[in-house]
Design a protein around this ligand. Structure first.
Ligand SMILES: Nc1ncnc2c1ncn2[C@@H]1O[C@H](COP(=O)(O)OP(=O)(O)OP(=O)(O)O)[C@@H](O)[C@H]1O
Ligand SMILES: O=P(O)(O)O[C@@H]1O[C@H]([C@H](O)CO)[C@@H](O)[C@H](O)[C@@H]1O
Length: 166
């Protein structure tokens, strides 16, 4: 496969995800799950995702659909449409799969996937992470990773706006 075909192969449907998760379980591969908007990817995203990948053998990233983002962050967001956000995440060598969700939270996706590890960045408290009770309930782990200060998508947008680039 070409590099772009390798990236495209990581863009998963629920059926793809189910099939791959079964295979990973067969070989006792720990599946790590995280989720987010990932609009305007920045070093904070990259740092925490790389560390998340090190928590297991497979990293799956759930990405909010455009409609879901608008419900969470307002009509002006996202800047980058879903397809672009997913492709950029899938291009990271330490990401094994990317899947979109259209709901306000990834709870149903987490219950479907049953990851061994659920992780978010340090801007969250562990107990507040959606899916915390469920993942703990089936014996999984829930954790946060260090927040890289000074990096946020909102910050990028604000800096662009103040410099008249928007
Ligand atoms: N600076 C950072 N350091 C570490 N993790 C981060 C950082 N910023 C965001 N994250 C994590 O990345 C994931 C996606 O977050 P999100 O897309 O909301 O990023 P954001 O930069 O906070 O965006 P926004 O500014 O629009 O809220 C979340 O799990 C979040 O905890
Ligand atoms: O990019 P964000 O804002 O960190 O992503 C949100 O995370 C929420 C989180 O999982 C709550 O614990 C989630 O509910 C929401 O849908 C966004 O993915």
């Amino acid at each position: 496969m070409t590099e772009l075909e390798l990236v495209a192969d990581k863009l998963l449907s629920l059926e793809d995800l189910s099939r791959r998760r079964c295979g990973w379980r067969t070989y006792s591969q720990r599946t790590v799950f995280t989720n987010g908007v990932f609009d305007l990817i920045h070093p904070g995203h990259l740092t925490y995702l790389a560390q998340a990948a090190a928590l297991g053998q497979r990293l799956i990233v759930g990405v909010n659909s455009d409609a879901s983002v608008k419900g969470l962050k307002g009509e002006s967001r996202p800047i980058m449409p879903l397809a672009a956000r997913m492709q950029l995440l899938a291009s990271l060598f330490f990401v094994d799969g990317v899947i979109a969700f259209d709901t306000d939270t990834p709870l149903e996706l987490i219950k479907f996937l049953r990851p061994d590890v659920l992780v978010k960045g340090g801007d969250y408290q562990v107990e507040d992470i959606v899916g915390y009770r469920e993942v703990i309930g089936w014996g999984g782990e829930v954790t946060t990773l260090p927040f890289l200060t000074g990096h946020s998508s909102t910050g990028i947008i604000e800096r662009m706006s103040s410099s008249g680039l928007e």
